[in-house]
Design a binder for this molecule. Structure first.
Ligand code: CMP
Length: 137
């Protein structure tokens, strides 16, 4: 498994973040491991964590339907931290999963200090909006 800095350098969300800032971020992130089948976020419930997947896979479900599968370099948990509302989806570990996590009170200042990260988050959220608005295939 790669070290935290190596992992973060490969995360597209952080592609605009300087090496020294990534190093600092790496030190602040906590390791979070989940067993296969473990529920990490539950749609409609509150939650305080933002997660970056280092190793393993997870599924994202809305209203009991899988909408996305996530793997190394992907992130989840940003929605409830941005609007302080409930989790918008249920995320379940589909393999043993190793993540790096950030709390809500670390996430906001980090995003505020890194406009590139804010922009990348916006692109992700807009992408989801477009997907949800596009006619069904
Ligand atoms: P949050 O709502 O905090 O917790 C559940 C997470 O699932 C959410 O943040 C996003 O990170 C993720 N998520 C929700 N909907 C989608 C989607 N349509 N595609 C990918 N990820 C999603």
């Amino acid at each position: 498994m790669a070290g935290v800095e190596e992992t973060l350098a490969r995360v597209p969300l952080f592609s605009g973040v300087k090496d020294k800032d990534l190093k600092r971020l790496g030190k602040r992130l906590t390791e979070r491991s989940f067993n296969e089948g473990e529920v990490i976020t539950t749609q409609g419930e509150s939650g305080l964590g933002f997660f970056i997947i280092e190793d393993g896979n997870a599924s994202v479900s809305r209203n009991d339907e899988i909408v996305r599968n996530l793997g190394p370099g992907d992130f989840f948990g940003e929605v409830a931290l941005i609007d302080e509302g409930p989790r918008s989806a249920t995320v379940v570990a589909t393999t043993d999963l190793h993540c790096r996590g950030m709390t809500a009170w670390e996430f906001k200042p980090f995003v505020e200090q890194h406009p590139d990260v804010a922009w990348a988050l916006l692109r992700t959220l807009v992408g989801r909006l477009r997907e949800s608005e596009s006619p069904a295939a």
